[in-house]
Ligand binder design. Structure first.
Ligand code: PRP
Ligand code: URA
Length: 214
């Protein structure tokens, strides 16, 4: 995208197909979780395209060869709650990654993030941090997560979202132009309650079957 070189919106037809299922109001939580997982795998694949590898000597049934293995040490940071649904797929792609949970919720009145849980280790010892959160709306939660990671010592940070709003992209990349964003779709705008339009509604509620308490 011309304005935001660090924004990568997937162009893959399989991603677009799965997004339609995810967005559909009639998609039940079980199917919704399944598609969050599948989309996470596809976006993780794209986000890892520039990861480093190192040589690995192996023996095939035919002969020995110089193969490759992933060299980057990776930290996965799911933002609770909704980011939880993205973890398993990412671990399939990166089995040696560490998972550090970060709990943030958005105050519904102020739309500002509130941190309530932080399971980051004491010291930074990874090459790449992937923040996992299905939704990038105002960008408040993502910016807070990036700031936590940078204070902690993270150098290379990528944000993996399923759906992003232009407002959130602008906020994150203005404050942190070194961060890269990978998403399945860039939607139109936020509504007056801070929800993404057309979006998919509340990603946490749709995954976990909540949201009927009102
Ligand atoms: C959602 C979403 C992001 C945040 C995005 O979480 O998963 O973390 O909102 O909004 P923002 O860009 O305006 O900060 P929510 O606060 O609803 O918490 P939940 O995952 O526990 O439902
Ligand atoms: N959080 C969500 O889950 N959905 C939105 O549209 C915005 C924030």
């Amino acid at each position: 995208m011309a304005d935001w070189p660090n924004l990568h919106v997937s162009q893959h037809p399989a991603v677009r197909h799965k997004l339609a299922v995810l967005r559909d109001v009639n998609t039940e939580p079980k199917k919704f979780r399944e598609v969050v997982r599948e989309l996470s795998w596809l976006l993780g694949y794209e986000a890892l395209a520039d990861a480093h590898t190192r040589q690995l000597d192996i023996q095939t049934p035919i002969e020995s060869m110089a193969a490759e293995e992933l060299a980057d040490r990776i930290g996965l940071i799911p933002i609770l709650r909704a980011g939880l649904g993205m973890v398993d797929a990412m671990l399939e792609l990166m089995p040696t990654a560490e998972v550090w949970h970060l709990g943030l919720f958005r105050d519904e009145r102020t739309l500002r993030p509130v941190e309530y849980y932080n399971k980051l280790p004491d010291h930074s010892h990874v090459d790449l941090c992937l923040i996992l959160d299905p939704m990038l709306a105002t960008g408040g939660s993502a910016t807070a997560a990036i700031e936590v990671l940078k204070r902690w010592g993270a150098i290379r940070i990528k944000l993996v979202n399923l759906i992003a709003a232009p407002e959130g992209v602008e906020t994150v990349l203005t404050a942190h132009p070194d961060v890269e964003i990978y998403c399945a779709a860039l939607d139109r705008q936020l509504n007056d309650k801070g929800y993404i339009m057309p979006g998919l509604g509340d990603a946490g509620d749709r995954q976990f079957g909540t949201g009927h308490s009102g």
